[in-house]
Design a protein around this ligand. Structure first.
Ligand code: MEV
Length: 324
């Protein structure tokens, strides 16, 4: 029996996390070096309609109907079948693999959902378009965290850089002039749901200050979008990196004011800047997870070393943009 395999990348938010929950824009990019994978295989020996879910990384190996109805994997399977009007799913085994760190701001939950929905839809004979996969993954995101903006499932399903505003069609952006990012994991697991809900509580107490912070973040996002869209290959690289790095630093100050940074992230950010990064900020929900640092060829090695010495658990160098 053939296996139906699908993958989905991790993601990084360049600018705009948290404010995006409140209707402001964000810019996010896929990170193909880290991926979730779902493999669906027909199981001819299993009884009619039996779906076995296997996720070795979390020690899961169970029949789907033994999971709670709101378990994200069960929900992803159920809504895919519902959408395709599949009254039952021919008996199968679904294996999930992922090297995306969990609770680290890189969209691991959304990537697993997207890979699973894609592979299952193909198994059921109806591959789904990216927009539909994104919409279904959004429904699963609501279980992961109560009030998701939708940016994670969107960038992960579309696998392109996006300028995203909640409730609007995402706008694909092309980053003509590529740049190098270092992604460094603090090793602190920080579930996005908790941080998003803490920001909400703080916003409820002090709406005007928080709205102003969100507006300032939105301003940075708009500046970055304009720069990405207007920069050609001839743009002076140093100028471009200096602008982007400055906005990353500004965005970080505003995120800290929202209360989503923490000493460990601040340390990594400070060390990256000290080692020559043009700018650095947390990415994703914060209070743990990853920071991103903007470098060029010359500064890359020093920044990676500084982050490793500062205790980062995993450091990845990646290039953003340049291929449309
Ligand atoms: C999480 O990757 C990004 C947040 O803005 C939450 C969301 O957009 O749903 C923190």
């Amino acid at each position: 029996m053939p296996a139906f395999t699908a993958t989905a990348p991790a993601k990084i938010i360049l600018f705009g996390e948290h404010a995006v929950v409140y209707g402001r824009p964000a810019i996010a990019v896929p990170i193909a070096a880290l991926q979730a994978r779902a493999i669906v295989r027909a199981d001819v020996r299993a009884s009619h309609g039996a779906v076995r879910l296997i996720a070795p990384a979390i020690g899961l190996d169970t029949q789907m109907d033994e999971l709670a109805a709101d378990h994200p994997l069960r929900r992803a399977v159920a809504i895919t079948a519902e959408t395709l009007h599949a009254d039952y799913i021919p008996a199968c085994q679904i294996t999930i693999q992922s090297n995306i760190p969990v609770a680290a701001g890189m969209g691991s939950g959304a990537a697993v959902s997207v890979a699973l929905i894609r592979a299952l839809a193909a198994y059921l004979g109806h591959p789904l378009p990216a927009e539909k996969v994104s919409a279904l993954a959004y429904e699963v995101e609501k279980i992961h965290h109560g009030n998701p903006s939708g940016v994670d499932n969107t960038v992960i399903a579309l696998e392109r850089a996006v300028y995203f505003v909640r409730g609007q069609l995402p706008r694909l952006i092309s980053i003509e002039l590529p740049f190098q990012l270092i992604i460094a994991d603090s090793g602190i697991a920080s579930p996005t749901a908790q941080v998003v809900s803490d920001v909400r509580a703080a916003w409820q107490k002090n709406r005007s200050d928080f709205e102003e912070l969100f507006d300032r973040i939105a301003n940075i996002v708009e500046n970055a979008r304009t720069l990405f869209e207007k920069s050609g290959k001839d743009e002076e690289l140093t100028d471009y990196l200096t602008k982007l790095g400055g906005w990353m630093n500004e965005n970080q100050i505003l995120l800290a004011k929202l209360g989503v940074s923490c000493p460990e992230l601040e340390l990594l950010i400070e060390r990256a800047r000290f080692a020559g990064a043009y700018g650095a900020k947390l990415s994703g929900g914060g209070r743990g997870g990853n920071i991103i640092a903007l470098v060029d060829e010359e500064r890359q090695a020093a920044v990676i070393r500084a982050l490793q010495e500062a205790g980062a658990q995993r450091v990845i160098a990646t290039t953003i943009g340049g291929i449309g």
